[in-house]
Ligand binder design. Structure first.
Ligand code: NAI
Length: 338
């Protein structure tokens, strides 16, 4: 099977290579078709997201992607936002669960963040009205709002989940989140067997800090989803730099294509040192295998990661170990074999 591999930049090449090794060790034969994005693409093609890369994903339909750096406040627009919009990868899915051997103040976290990926404040509609005054448009459309809420309910149905929480700020953004909320309520009516909750996003943050085990599937617009994904990752990760970022996988689904990537960024502070935690990308690859019909191999990889965390040998520094990307990858491969 042919799958596009975008290594990205920063720690991207290190962690995606680790994921490719684990997929091979799970006896899944993948012909990785490399495509460029991020700093290497900008240097080589003068364009951080070349059209060829989008074309390759359109041709092969599935990609595993490492993180790509986006300069803050200047330079090019976020590659990730453009990739998601360009391929209409409208649903970002981030499962966050308590992991063996990782001490946190919380127990029994098992939630899935579903984020609308193409609109909201990340639609990229910004302009300068006059010098010193800028405007950002928060785009919400009925078709996209209905589509993402239906996606969340279908996900809940397929995975036997009990509840979907719609997160909003409709009391303040009365028109945009008002429309989103109206769509959410309408879609929820089609799923009477799944509990539906609607909650202001600030309440969600408070409740997550108090007792995240209360949540199941959460669905929300783009910016809220970006923030909640990192917050949720922090609930299941160890204290210290990176928190749970090195542990939480992610996927971006559209109707025709899918791109799998970790929640974390390019981590320039540790790039090139061989110490990055590869687990988030390895678990993203496991989600990818499920998508391409190799859920058996994906489940074995996920189980091997859990065993490696439980045994605790060769862990990376963010997990309190003295190992590195390579030692942790080898441990996961070792547990795959048994
Ligand atoms: P970051 O996630 O790259 O790093 C935040 C902290 O977490 C750092 O201390 C880093 O060392 C640590 N960390 C992240 N991943 C880790 C891993 N696998 N193992 C161990 N430690 C890890 O977030 P930051 O610094 O805000 O962003 C850096 C760049 O990445 C920015 O240009 C940003 O735009 C980009 N980014 C790209 C994403 C993507 O391509 N999907 C997602 C998020 C950020």
């Amino acid at each position: 099977m042919q799958i596009v591999l975008i290594e990205g930049d920063g720690i991207g090449p290190e962690v995606t290579q680790a994921a490719c090794r684990v997929v091979a060790a799970a006896n899944v034969k993948v012909d990785w078709v490399k495509a460029a994005a991020g700093i290497p693409a900008a240097e080589q093609f003068g364009e951080p997201l070349p059209e060829e890369t989008l074309e390759m994903i359109r041709r092969y339909r599935v990609a595993l992607k490492g993180p790509c750096t986006t300069p803050v406040g200047k330079g090019y627009r976020s590659i990730n936002v453009r990739l998601r919009q360009g391929l209409e990868l409208f649903a970002s899915v981030r499962p966050v669960n308590t992991l063996p051997g990782i001490k946190t103040p919380y127990e029994k976290v098992d939630l899935i963040v579903v984020r609308e990926n193409t609109e909201g404040l990340y639609a990229g509609l910004e302009h300068e009205v006059v010098p010193g005054v800028v405007e950002s448009v928060r785009l919400i459309t009925r078709p996209a709002a209905e589509r993402i809420v239906r996606f969340a309910f279908e996900l809940a149905r397929h995975r036997g989940r009990r509840m979907v929480t719609f997160c909003h700020k409709a009391d303040v953004m009365r028109l945009s989140d008002g429309l989103f909320l109206e769509c959410a309520r309408q879609v929820a009516d089609d799923y009477p067997f799944i509990r539906f909750e609607e909650k202001p996003i600030d309440n969600v943050c408070l409740e997550m800090a108090l007792d995240p085990s209360e949540f199941d599937v959460l669905v929300m617009e783009n910016l809220f989803g970006d923030v909640i994904s990192d917050l949720a990752a922090g609930l299941v990760g160890p204290a210290g730099p990176g928190g749970g970022l090195g542990l939480v996988p992610g996927a971006n689904y559209g109707t025709r294509f899918a791109v799998f990537e970790a929640v974390h960024g390019s981590a320039p502070d540790i790039a090139g040192k061989g110490v990055a935690n590869p687990i988030a990308v390895i678990r993203s690859a496991a989600m990818m295998l499920e998508y391409v019909g190799r859920g058996d191999a994906g489940a074995r990889i996920e189980a091997a990661v859990m065993k490696a965390l439980k045994v605790g040998i060769g862990l990376t520094r963010d997990l309190g170990g003295d190992g590195n990307t390579n030692t942790l990858t080898e441990q996961i491969i070792k547990h795959l074999a048994v």
